[in-house]
Design a binder for this molecule. Structure first.
Ligand code: PLP
Length: 404
């Protein structure tokens, strides 16, 4: 077999990081359900604790099943090291706790996943960390805001939920020139559609709950970056500050999910693009935001840093919040649920659900209107998804007749 970095993405997602000759020929890596690992003698135990000898000793620090996933994921992000966490929030908090101290500053984009927003604005800020939020889609704003105290520049692209893109290379360049780390939440794209580290970012974080797992059956997080950075996150943020450790069974499920990541993402992208085009021309739809549409304001940037538009879009109905609710309630196959990236199509209302941690004023300032709906396009047949959307739009468009 070719060396890891010569293999294509789909092949790496199936093979990297595991040698079946070390596991009695088992096609899939064994699931090591073990909290602790024994030492042959006292000396060896001491050497593992001090880091002088490699090997596992306690599953809050490392575990052989997680190690396979970490190597495989690093190969997909084309970097040195990966790290597993109990959730996406576990990944984000472990990374940020590792590199920030009182007196430091973090600069974030003004649109963030709701719990990330809450952690940074309501959590970190209580510990003497300065939080500055800017519109990262305009790199000049970062240039103006960044200072010697800035340790982290943090954003999502596309942002959850308003789909705003950030020019990753331009932002990472400014951060690097100021010795700040660029941390990108790459959940929406997965490394199949976008590789922030190759564009100059230092660390990627993911909610592996979403596309990476792909089946809506687990909660998990992943991060990747240079070995030196990931070792610090493992030994400081993860081991001592959050303890947000992934369990081995989840790692096994994620390894299974990754095997089909590329074909799932291709299908998510093609179905979403077709639906976005159909929705865009519907008279009841005021706006569709999907990076793959030529009408999308940042379509050029999408084409330059993403392989496809992804599986998520937002839609706004012309009749406001009431009509959006009627539309959502009339859907029959598409499920009303938060989360995204599953085989099942899911729809949610950010203002009352994922982004309710923002105040109404904050939502308005961050481009999250009260009638915005987020649709995660699943793997069902595109015709069935469209039929459901279409019949629900018909119902939502009917005049409301008040009973006298
Ligand atoms: C879901 C999500 C998270 C949080 O991940 P969990 O696995 O739910 O903890 C973070 N960022 C983005 C963009 C997400 O969609």
């Amino acid at each position: 077999m070719k060396s890891t970095n010569e293999l294509s993405f789909a092949t790496r997602a199936i093979h990297v990081g595991y040698d079946d000759s070390e596991a009695k020929g088992a096609l899939n890596p064994p699931v090591y359900m073990s909290s602790t690992f024994t030492f042959q003698n006292t000396n060896e135990g001491g050497a593992r604790f001090s880091g002088k000898s490699k090997g596992h000793f306690y599953s809050r620090i490392s575990n052989p099943t997680l190690e396979v996933l970490e190597k495989r994921f690093a190969a997909l992000e084309e970097t040195e090291a990966g790290l597993c966490f109990a959730s996406g929030m576990g990944a984000i908090t472990s990374v940020l706790w590792t590199f920030l101290s009182a007196g430091d500053e973090i600069i974030t984009d003004d649109t963030l996943y709701g719990c990330t927003f809450a952690f940074i604005h309501h959590g970190l800020s209580r510990f003497g960390i300065k939080v500055t939020s800017i519109d990262m889609s305009d790199p000049k704003q970062l240039k103006a805001a960044i200072s010697d105290n800035t340790k982290i520049v943090y954003f999502e692209s596309p942002a959850n939920p308003n789909m705003k893109l950030v020019d990753i290379a331009a932002i990472a360049k400014i951060a690097k020139a100021n010795n700040a780390l660029t941390v990108v939440d790459n959940t929406y794209c997965t490394p199949y559609l976008q590789q922030p580290l190759n564009l100059g970012a230092d660390i990627v974080v993911h909610s592996a709950t979403k596309f990476l797992s792909g089946h809506g059956d687990l909660i998990a997080g992943l991060a990747a970056g240079r070995e030196e950075l990931m070792t610090r996150v493992r030994l400081e943020g993860l081991k001592d500050m959050t303890g947000a450790v992934m369990d081995p069974l989840t790692a096994h499920q994620l390894l299974r999910g990754l095997k089909t990541l590329s074909i799932r993402m291709d299908r998510h992208c093609s179905t979403a693009l077709e639906l976005a085009k159909l929705l865009e021309t519907h008279p009841l739809i005021a706006k569709v935001s999907y990076p793959g549409l030529t009408s999308f304001a940042q379509n050029d940037l999408a084409n330059s840093q993403m392989r496809g538009g992804g599986g998520v879009m937002t839609i706004e109905l012309s009749g406001g919040f009431g009509q959006a609710t009627r539309f959502m309630d009339a859907l029959q196959m598409i499920k009303r649920a938060v989360s995204l990236g599953d085989a099942d199509s899911l729809i949610q209302h950010p203002a009352s659900m994922t982004h309710s941690a923002y105040t109404e004023k904050e939502r308005a300032a961050h481009g999250i209107s009260e009638s915005l709906l987020r649709l995660s396009v699943g793997l069902e047949d595109v015709r069935d998804i469209w039929n459901d959307l279409h019949q629900a739009l018909q119902i939502a468009g009917q005049p409301i007749i008040c009973a006298a």
